[in-house]
Each structure stands twice: as C-alpha cells, then as structure tokens.
Design a protein around this ligand. Sequence first.
Ligand code: ATP
Ligand code: MG
Length: 404
Amino acid sequence: MSEALKPLLPGATLGVLGGGQLGRMWAHAAQRMGYNTAVLDPDAQSPAGLVSHHHIHTDYLDAAGLKQLAAVCQAVTTEFENVPADALAQLTATLPVSPAASAVAVAQDRAREKAHFVACGVPVAPYAVIDTPEQLAALLAGAPNAVAIDDLLPGILKTSRMGYDGKGQLRVATRDELKAGWAKLGQVPCVLEKMLPLASECSVIVARGRDGAMVNLPVQRNLHRDGILAVTEVFAGNVSDALASQAITAAKAVAQELNYVGVLCVEFFVLADGQLVVNEIAPRPHNSGHYSQDACDVSQFELQVRTMADLPLTQPRLHSPAFMLNLLGDLWLVNPSGSEPHALQTEPAWHKVLALPGTHLHLYGKREARVGRKMGHLNVTAATPDAARAVALQAAAILGIAPF
Ligand code: ATP
Ligand code: MG
C-alpha cells in the first residue's frame, strides 16, 4: 500500500518554523545526519537560530521571511504549535510541509482537538465549548441542548487557543467562579473541562510518514507540577501492558484520522478507576519524549527529520530504562519564591550532577532564567529502572528538585 517516496538525502537543507529548544534539538539531529538547517523565528537569539546554517528572524507571517525560508530549504516542519497555520499554508504552495497546516490547526484549538478525539472514538473528559456569552448562559441555565453543568464542576476552564505549560487555565468550582473565570480570561473562546481524579499521566509519541507508515516510542509516564511537566519515566512496566497498548492504539488512531505526517505527541490521563482519557495533542516532538535522545536507538527528533525527508521509519527501541528531569529556570535563581526581582542568577552544580553515572545534560542556550522557564533537561539512563531512579533522585537532590 505504501507508494515509493523519493527521499531528500543528506546535503539538502531542512527548515523549521519556530526557534525554541525543540527546533534546536531537531537541528542537532538533522545536522548529525548531514543536513543543513534553516530556522525562521522573530527572536535573533532563538535557541535553534543560534545553531543553524540559516536564521531568518522575521515574524511568522512575514511574506518576505517565508519566501526566504522557502528559497533556502527543500522541506519545512514546525516546532511550535502556535505558529500561525497560515504560515504553513503559504509555504505549502512551494515545498513539502509536515505536519500539514490543517493538522496543526486542529492541535491549535482545544475545541477542534476534542471534537477530533470524539470522532476517533477515543474517550475525552466531559467538556463544553464556551465561545460566546450565549453559550455560557445556556450552559449555566441548563438549556436542553447544553451539557449538564453539574457534570462539569468542579472543572478547569482552558482557553481554546495559545495555552501551554498550564497557562490560560483556571480552576472553577462553582457557577459564579465559572462566570468570573471566563471574564478573567477575557471572554475568549474556551473549553470547560471536568476536573478528573488522576491516578497518573502518560503520553505516546508516534511518527507517521507520507506513505502512511507509523512507528511509536514506548509509553511515557509523566509527572506534572504546577501544570508543567517535571519528570518522565520510561521502562518496561512503567504502566500496565493493557494501558500501554490502549494508549498506543489510541495515539495511532488520532494520527491516522488526521492523515498526519510528522511527529505527534498524544497526552493522556489515567483515572483513579484505571480508565484512559485523552487530554491533548502536540503536532511536534514533545518534552515527554526527550528521554529518547539518550535511551532509544532513534530519537523523536530523528523521527521528525526522517518524516520530513521521506526517509524510512524504523520502530525505535528503548535500550535503557530512563528518567528525564526538566530543568526549570527556578534552579538558576537565588531566591525564586521571594518577592525581590530575580536578578541574581547562578549556574547549578552541573559538575556534581555529571559525576553520577548515566547522566546526560541538555541545556537550550537560553540566556535568562525565569521561574517556570524550560532551560534544559537531564536524562538519566541505567541498566535497571531502580538504578536509573536512584541516580535521578540523587541528581534531583543536588539540584534542589523535589523528590518524586
Ligand atoms: P502543555 O501544553 O504544557 O502540556 P497545557 O497548558 O496545554 O500544557 P494541559 O495539558 O491541558 O495544559 O494541562 C496541564 C496539566 O494540568 C495536565 O497535565 C494535568 O496535570 C492538569 N489537568 C489538566 N486538565 C485536567 C483535568 N481535566 N482534570 C485533572 N487535571 C487536569
Ligand atoms: Mg498538556
């Protein structure tokens, strides 16, 4: 069934919209394989721009910038789901773009995303779309065509667009809090989602080629703190076999039904009763897949390169149990929770962390540390899950990260 694709071989130039850490790690993977890279990002100091052959710093919708990007490269991807889908659509006229603008547009909008999950037959948290004051009023009044409000409270009100790392979200327990919360979020289109009793969270990364071939990374078990990913653990048995196969099947269905090309992350909640519920998707490599750089024979970034260059996809193999610790800006700040401006920055004791066996440090080249800002991550690999956990806990203690 797979049609023969003509691959873009090393020596070609590959481009990315967005210059953050995901673009930087993609550029590293592409360059290691012999490709040149081009980055379009408005920030002249963007992490990916700093390490690329071409750095075009214009706005994402700047016609001249997009034209320049199209002129220097032979295929384009994105590393940032809030890149305007229009920019991808414009590039599509001249060169292969993956993922497609239409798929990114779904991932950019929680309401469309949830409708897609429902269409795929994958369970979602009970939710209601609140785009207009009339929709909110109907919900509050218990209108016959509205979801029953009592089934959604206490809930989380999430902006449909532009949310990340828990931003653009409010917890609302009552009808009054819902009204006040929507006003506080500026009455922008939102989704109200029931607050679910989470036993744990997990995610799956799939890569799908233009010919429909699909491979996946093993299921990642994720720990979030304050709405931000803190720790990912991956080893055989990190989740039950039944749950793992359910999550992988669901993730593949979500990619297949979008006719997706590229790397896609699907995030899930595991409820107290064991039920699996899909949360959201990211149309790109994901923070929870960073362990694959050091623990798998093919990383999520190499998968992204392979999908955009129409190279074969081989099923990645986890060769080591792994823990990934996110390194947030807090670790650099002398007094992160104090009220003073965080002017004082100090470099964490990397030499102590790197004295531990199987530690792999990844820093993104961001010059300024801020509370909650993703500055890097530490992958820990070992021969057994227990050994990896022990080292990860030691590293966390050195860095001042709470134990897990
Ligand atoms: P990111 O893009 O960084 O993954 P986000 O801002 O898109 O984050 P979500 O993934 O929607 O936000 O939520 C962040 C975290 O908040 C989740 O990983 C989960 O821990 C918690 N959370 C979100 N929705 C719910 C819910 N309905 N019930 C319980 N917890 C939730
Ligand atoms: Mg999320």
